[in-house]
Design a protein around this ligand. Structure first.
Ligand code: SAM
Ligand code: SF4
Length: 361
């Protein structure tokens, strides 16, 4: 029995165990990935749930050093979908029986934007007769705003912590109150206290990031008791400040493998949470998301943003499927999930089992 087999057979994991899992290569890595897939099937079944992703605006007040749509990138053509376009995209998700949508955008903390999102959530709930589950991913907001959106009908929220190493966090963000680690953490606590299914995540393969950092990120997810995780490879964008460190990154294939190892290890660590196979995986490997599903992920976020705007939501370069219309996307996904031995949970919300367990009275 190899050291890896011994570790994955354990019921609890130290930082050093997790680091060893993330470092494994070759046969050991294959066994880890296989085990991640097995644990997923055992504890959450082989169902894959869809969240139709609507990237409704690329206007952002923040300046994260890694992100292509950061405020200071003047070459981005900014857009904000009309309410009609957003409602139409949500209707498409409902017609496709996707079960849920994610409304995602750059960060905008104006009261007008908060009210607009509330109204949209209510309208989507109304037009889908309550069928569509709604996840929001629109950054850091005041607690009353999170509460307002929850009351309007949103029930999941995604806010990646990006990295739990605070020194690294400071290196990848400007130093000001808008980009503060503790503020982001406070937001995650507020979301959970309000009653959201709370999701977070990190980028994998950031410049200066170590295996120890990633192992620590996994322990953070466990200690926080997070319900959902979306994490994927960091991909450089030439119009961002972090681009100058591109020669210090792990080779792209290694970043991809590390992302799969992160998914498999997290699945072994937290058996009942929802884990998304990030779109960034597909930017590296055409079957990237399906590979994520095979090793432990159970959520896919098909992009249903109207094709016209997809070119302008480029967090990183070579983003996949930007030339497709949403209707092309669906047929393609059916075949892909079947290849990954998954069954699509059409028409189901696919809530996190972890959330259901922790909120059971
Ligand atoms: N503005 C909101 C926020 O930051 O939480 C939501 C949208 S933001 C584009 C969603 C996620 O994209 C971020 O949490 C970040 O992890 C990811 N992202 C941004 N730039 C990236 C890059 N260059 N490579 C990989 N992921 C990136
Ligand atoms: Fe804005 Fe989010 Fe990009 Fe940061 S990651 S610049 S908050 S869109």
């Amino acid at each position: 029995m190899s050291n890896i087999d011994e570790i994955i057979a354990q019921s609890s994991f130290s930082l050093s165990d997790l680091e060893q899992l993330l470092r494994c290569e070759g046969e050991d890595m294959l066994r880890l990935l296989e085990h991640g897939g097995r644990i997923k099937n055992l504890y959450s079944g082989n169902k894959v749930y869809f969240r139709g992703l609507i990237e409704f605006s690329n206007i952002c007040q923040k300046d994260c050093f890694y992100c292509g749509i950061r405020h200071s990138n003047r070459s981005v053509q900014r857009y904000n979908l009309t309410d009609q376009e957003i409602l139409e995209a949500a209707r498409f998700a409902d017609e496709c029986n996707f079960g849920s949508i994610v409304l995602q955008s750059g960060e905008n903390s104006s009261p007008a934007s908060a009210d607009r999102i509330s109204k949209l959530v209510e309208q989507i709930k109304h037009q889908s007769k309550g069928r569509l589950g709604i996840t929001l991913s629109v950054g850091e907001q005041p607690e009353p705003v999170y509460r307002q959106w929850f009351e309007a009908g949103a029930h999941r929220y995604l806010l990646r912590i990006e990295t739990t190493n605070q020194t690294l966090f400071r290196k990848i963000h400007p130093q000001n109150l808008l980009h503060d680690f503790n503020r982001r953490l406070d937001c995650l606590h507020a979301l959970r206290a309000i009653g959201y299914q709370t999701g977070t995540g990190v980028m994998i393969g950031l410049p200066f990031q170590t295996m120890g950092d990633l192992a620590q990120d996994l322990l953070f997810f466990q200690q926080f008791g997070i319900d959902m995780v979306g994490m994927g490879p960091y991909l450089e964008h030439s119009q961002t400040p972090l681009y100058k460190f591109r020669n210090e990154l792990l080779p792209i294939q290694k970043r991809f493998e590390l992302s799969l190892k992160m998914i498999a290890t997290l699945r072994i660590l937290m058996k009942d949470i929802n884990i998304a196979a990030a779109t960034a995986l597909q930017a590296i490997d055409p079957m990237g998301r399906e590979k994520g599903i095979k090793v432990g992920a159970n959520i896919i976020m098909p992009n249903i943003t109207p094709g016209l705007y997809r070119n302008d939501y480029l967090l990183y370069e070579n983003k996949p499927c930007i030339d497709e219309e949403p209707s092309q996307c669906k047929g393609c996904l059916d075949a892909r999930i079947a290849m990954a031995d998954g069954e699509i949970g059409y028409g189901e919300w696919g809530d996190s089992l972890h959330f259901k367990t922790r909120t059971k009275t």
